[in-house]
Design a protein around this ligand. Structure first.
Ligand code: ARG
Length: 402
C-alpha cells in the first residue's frame, strides 16, 4: 500500500497537475482537500475534477465561518494592513488551510501534506511554517517548487495527461480569492508601468461605470467586531458578503501594490478588497472616537507588527498569540456605529457614535456651553515650554532664512 498525501486543491492548473505528478514522482495516493473560504464557484465540480484527475478521495470543507471569525476579524481588530495597503486576504487564509490539511492528514492516516505554491512566493512559507508548527512529523511537499516547469510546460504536461486546463495562454493571471479579498498577479501586470486591463477586475466597478448617486451605510460594531448593517444584525460571513457587493458596485477596493515579499522580491500585485477597505476604515474611525491618544499610537505600532507577522507566515507563534491578546483587550469599548458614504471609489466616513466615546462636546465646542477653562492654558504652556526656553537660552535655536 502506498503512502497517502493530502493536497490542498483549488481545481486550478498547478494543483491539478500536482495530483498526477505526486503519483508519478513519489508513488503516493493523493487525497485532495478543497477549502471554501469564500468565492469558490462550484465545489462539487472541483471535487469531481480531482477524482477524474486521479485522486483516491476528494474532500471539501466549508470554512467560511472560521475564516471570518477566527482569522479575518482578529486581523480587523488589529487594523492589520501590510505596508499600509494590502488587507492580507491570501495571507490570512493560509494558516487556516494549513490547519485543515493537518487535521485531515491525521484523520486519513497520511504521512504528508502538499500545496501548489511555487518557490518564489510567500504562500509556500506560510504553509510550510504553519504545518511544521502544528504537526512537525508531517512531510510537506510542494510539487510546483520541485518540478521546475515553466507555465507553458505545466500546460503541456496537463494536456498530455488529459487534465483540463482552466486558463488559456492569453489570459495568464494567477488569482487567489476568498471572502476578504482577491489577489491577482502575472501576465501584463508584471510590468508596473502597465495599467491593469479591464478584465483584471471582477469584484469592483470602474469609476466610469459606478453609480452617479452615492450609497450610505451604517455599520454597527460590538467590541471591535462588525455585527450589523443599517441596524440589521448579521452573522460575520453575510455581513462581509453584503459590504463586498455594495462597495464593489461603487468601485471601492482596488489596490495596486508593489510589495516587498518575504523572499526578497518586489512584486506588483493587484487586489480587490471592497469589504476589507470599508471595514478597516470604519473600524479605525470608531477607534479614533473611543481610544485615548496613547492607546491609538501604540496600537498603530502593533498593527504594523501584526500585519508583518501574518504576511510572513507566523500565525502559529507565541508572538501572534500575545499580540492577539493585546489587541482583544484594546477592543473592549469599540462598540458603536459608523456611517459611511460610498461613492466613485471612495469610502468616506460621515458619522460615528459610541456610548464610550471620548469626544466631549462641551470641551470641544467653540459655541455656547463651552466648559474648557481657557484661563488654565497660560500656566500649562508655561510649564510645557520650560525645556524649550531653557535650551534656547544656551543653544540658540536653528532659524530658517527669510
Ligand atoms: N502577494 C500576496 C501575498 O503574498 C498574494 C499572493 C497570492 N497571489 C496570487 N495571485 N496567487 O499574500
Amino acid at each position: 500500500m502506498s503512502n497517502k498525501v493530502v493536497l490542498a486543491y483549488s481545481g486550478g492548473l498547478d494543483t491539478s497537475v500536482a495530483i498526477r505528478w505526486l503519483k508519478e514522482r513519489y508513488d503516493m495516493d493523493v487525497i485532495t482537500l478543497t477549502v471554501d473560504i469564500g468565492n469558490v464557484a462550484d465545489l462539487e465540480a472541483i471535487r469531481q475534477k480531482a477524482l477524474t484527475t486521479g485522486a483516491i478521495k476528494a474532500l471539501v470543507a466549508d470554512a467560511k465561518e472560521s475564516f471570518v471569525n477566527s482569522f479575518v476579524f482578529p486581523s480587523l481588530q488589529a487594523d492589520a494592513c501590510y505596508e499600509g495597503q494590502y488587507p492580507l486576504a491570501t495571507a490570512l487564509g493560509r494558516p487556516l488551510i494549513a490547519q485543515l490539511l493537518v487535521d485531515t492528514a491525521k484523520k486519513e492516516g497520511a504521512t504528508a501534506v502538499a500545496h501548489g505554491c511555487t518557490g518564489k512566493g510567500n504562500d509556500q512559507v506560510r504553509f510550510d511554517v504553519s504545518v511544521a508548527a502544528l504537526a512537525p512529523e508531517l512531510k510537506v511537499i510542494a510539487p510546483a517548487r520541485e518540478w521546475n516547469m515553466t507555465r507553458e510546460q505545466t500546460i503541456e504536461y496537463a494536456q498530455t495527461h488529459n487534465i483540463p486546463v482552466p486558463i488559456t495562454k492569453t489570459s495568464p493571471y494567477s488569482i487567489d480569492e476568498n471572502l476578504w479579498g482577491k489577489s491577482i498577479e502575472c501576465g501584463v501586470l508584471e510590468d508596473p508601468w502597465n495599467e491593469p486591463p479591464k478584465d483584471v477586475f471582477t469584484w469592483t466597478k470602474s469609476l466610469e461605470e459606478s453609480p452617479n448617486e452615492p450609497s450610505y451605510l451604517e455599520i454597527g460594531f460590538d467590541r471591535g467586531i462588525p455585527v450589523s448593517l443599517d441596524g440589521e444584525k448579521l452573522d460575520g460571513v453575510t455581513l462581509v458578503q453584503r459590504i463586498h457587493k455594495l462597495a464593489g458596485a461603487h468601485g471601492i477596493g482596488r489596490i495596486d501594490h508593489v510589495e516587498n515579499r518575504l523572499v526578497g522580491i518586489k512584486s506588483r500585485e493587484i487586489y480587490e478588497a471592497p469589504a476589507a477597505i470599508v471595514l478597516l476604515k470604519t473600524h479605525q474611525a470608531l477607534e479614533d472616537l473611543v481610544l485615548s491618544k496613547e492607546q491609538l499610537r501604540f496600537k498603530a505600532k502593533v498593527a504594523s507588527e501584526y500585519a508583518d507577522l501574518i504576511y510572513n507566515g507566523l500565525w502559529f507563534t507565541g508572538f501572534c498569540q500575545d499580540l492577539t491578546a493585546y489587541v482583544a483587550s484594546t477592543q473592549r469599548y469599540i462598540t458603536g456605529t459608523v456611517r459611511v458614504k460610498l461613492f466613485k471609489g471612495n469610502c468616506q466616513i460621515v458619522g460615528r457614535k459610541s456610548p464610550y466615546s471620548l469626544y466631549d462636546y462641551s470641551l470641544a465646542t467653540y459655541d455656547k456651553g463651552d466648559i474648557f477653562d481657557q484661563s488654565a492654558s497660560p500656566g500649562f504652556i508655561h510649564i510645557w515650554g520650560l525645556p524649550v526656553r531653557t535650551q534656547a537660552r544656551v543653544q540658540p535655536p536653528f532659524r530658517q532664512k527669510g
